[in-house]
Design a protein. Structure first.
Length: 407
């Protein structure tokens, strides 16, 4: 199947437009990295505390930010998480302690910040099973006396199980438990507990040392992949082919990271995996073009290199559109329907496939032609200089011979 037959697009004739396009996006990304947002590293690389919240109603992010700021948690990163209908929010507190106390600190601080003002009762949605069991044993609403421990442990487990499995972690009222536990327990719970409109689902902490190690490993992985590809192309083609392909991949990486910086999207481990994937994808596309150039160089020895490169790009254009287009549609679907967990990964692939396909045509190939033209001019200049030097030496020898004859 082919989309295009016998195309004759002058890609190299538009190289200055390509150069301007690349410079605009590269410079914009670099300016954002160095002077604006920086590189927005995820919690895996910089360390910090992530708190996952779920709300009964659609959360108001501005109100959440205001409540957290009032509680002393300044400038937290707050974003929607998961499907919109799930009403889930991810809060990055930036706390870098790795102890168990730090986990409780982050969780309790958010609970106190978001709980209903003026409410003195405990929040049933954010009370764990063990705490609920201890309260039941102490309160003893069924008047079981010394036989209370196991009975109340079972009741606390039923409440926890009902809340998480039947109500998605959030009870809208204590009365919802009437079908689960005895009425005396529900009555006692109503006196000392209320139900807030949110629940803390999970708390994760990544220490700064671990984040630093992951950051260094991600940088090394990217550099090693580029170096390995350079060596491979050096042996398969020529050094200039490898340099052109690696420059194109470096170009793709800079623009992709620049986009994340401009959009202020966090770069996580999954994004690094996507960047390494797009490096391989872009390199493969470049190798296809280079391989066709090498074949045509053998068949069209007398044609200028620019014409051969243009013809090679046009001959592989249909294949490029088919493979890149189908891959792009796949990752675009992943970006739209994959949810928040895969949003960074799929966004990196969406940007990377577009830029990687573009760079194979607009960066790697023109760089190869520019180098060969420079090399030809350099060789011509050396030949000219050598001819001039030879002529000068010949003239000097003739003059010396005349002097000897006169003598």
């Amino acid at each position: 199947m082919e989309f295009f037959r016998d195309t004759n697009i002058d890609f190299l004739g538009k190289k200055w437009y390509f150069l301007a396009f690349s410079l605009i996006f590269s410079v914009a990304g670099l300016c954002s990295i160095f002077f604006w947002h920086g590189i927005p590293l995820g919690v895996e690389f910089r360390g910090g505390t992530l708190v996952y919240l779920k709300f009964e109603q659609t959360p108001n992010l501005d109100q959440i930010r205001h409540d957290l700021d009032r509680a002393g948690l300044h400038d937290p990163r707050i974003q929607r998480f998961g499907q919109t209908a799930d009403n889930e929010v991810l809060v990055d507190l930036g706390l870098k302690e790795t102890s168990e106390a730090a986990l409780d600190k982050g969780k309790n601080t958010i609970i106190h910040a978001l709980e209903t003002p003026g409410e003195t009762r405990q929040d049933l949605n954010n009370t764990g099973e063990s705490s609920l069991e201890q309260w039941l044993i102490q309160k003893d609403p069924l008047h079981l006396g010394t036989d209370a421990n196991q009975r109340y442990a079972d009741i606390a487990h039923k409440i926890e199980d009902f809340r998480n499995k039947e109500r998605g972690g959030i009870l809208t009222s204590v009365d919802e438990l009437k079908a689960v536990v005895p009425p005396e327990v529900v009555s006692a719970l109503s006196q000392d507990f209320y139900t807030s409109g949110f629940v803390v689902r999970n708390v994760e902490i990544v220490g700064p040392q671990v984040g630093s190690q992951l950051r260094a490993q991600a940088i090394r992985a990217t550099i090693y992949s580029l170096a390995g590809m350079l060596v491979y192309l050096w042996f398969r083609f020529e050094l200039i082919y490898g340099i052109g392909a690696v420059v194109a991949c470096f170009h793709d990486t800079i623009i992709t990271i620049g986009f994340f910086s401009l959009l202020d999207k966090e770069i996580s481990l999954t994004v690094i995996a996507a960047i390494l994937t797009l490096i391989g994808y872009s390199m493969n596309d470049t190798i296809v073009v280079f391989d066709r150039i090498r074949e045509n160089l053998k068949l069209l020895r007398r044609e200028p290199l620019a014409n051969i490169v243009n013809r090679s790009i046009n001959q592989t254009l249909s294949r490029t559109i088919l493979t890149s287009g189908l891959t792009f549609l796949t990752v675009l679907s992943l970006y739209i329907f994959g949810g928040e967990v895969l949003r960074g990964f799929s966004l990196a692939l969406v940007i990377g496939i577009l830029i990687g396909t573009y760079s194979s045509i607009a960066v790697a190939a023109p760089m190869l032609v520019a180098y060969q033209d420079w090399r030809a001019r350099r060789m011509g200049q050396l030949v000219t200089e050598k001819a001039i030097a030879t002529q000068q030496r010949g003239g000097a020898n003739k003059a010396s011979a005349k002097v000897k004859i006169k003598a």
